[in-house]
Design a binder for this molecule. Structure first.
Ligand code: THU
Length: 158
């Protein structure tokens, strides 16, 4: 028997100001996009902003539905926008942020399991890591260099 020792590194920044200017700008774009969240059922706004290889920034937000499972996460919305508008351009970074109508979120929120798999597909498709930057409404920011850090031993099929 052997063992696989899987390590992930999450870089923790004190706040948005501690990020590089490019990362802070991407997170700021996500924050601005929060207003587009359609979340009457959860009162939980989520926004994702992506930086593409061509320098474009696109944003997406969660879009809920009265039939709850029909709703789409912010990460899924923005990746669908990428596929629609720039189908052949790789995603370099994704920033994710939230705002709750119920309480102040001061811890980073990470993509759900389904969205991790969605993001992984983009990494594989373009053979390029996607840096993920996460924060709540305020406070610390987490950054990982690839979705593989959030989804080790991911499922993939060629
Ligand atoms: N949500 C996202 O948009 N992204 C995630 O990664 C996790 C959850 C949304 C779905 C739902 O509209 C709301 O957050 C509350 O669960």
């Amino acid at each position: 028997m052997t063992e696989l020792d899987i390590n992930i590194k999450v870089r923790v920044f004190e706040n948005i100001k501690a990020l590089t200017p490019a990362d802070a700008a991407l997170m700021q774009a996500a924050k601005v996009a929060l207003i587009n969240s359609y979340s009457p059922y959860s009162q939980f706004k989520v926004a994702a902003a992506v930086l593409l290889e061509n320098g474009e920034i696109l944003t997406g937000t969660n879009q809920e539905n009265a039939s709850y499972p029909v709703g789409i996460c912010a990460e899924g919305t923005v990746l669908s926008a990428v596929s629609a508008l720039y189908p052949n351009v790789a995603v370099k970074k994704m920033a994710v942020t939230v705002k709750s109508g119920r309480s102040l979120v001061s811890k980073p929120v990470a993509p759900c399991g389904i969205c991790r798999q969605r993001i992984y597909e983009y990494e594989m498709r373009f053979n390029a890591d996607i840096e993920i930057i996460m924060m709540g409404e305020e406070g610390e920011v987490y950054r990982v260099k690839s979705i593989k850090d959030l989804l080790p031993l991911a499922f993939f099929k060629m």
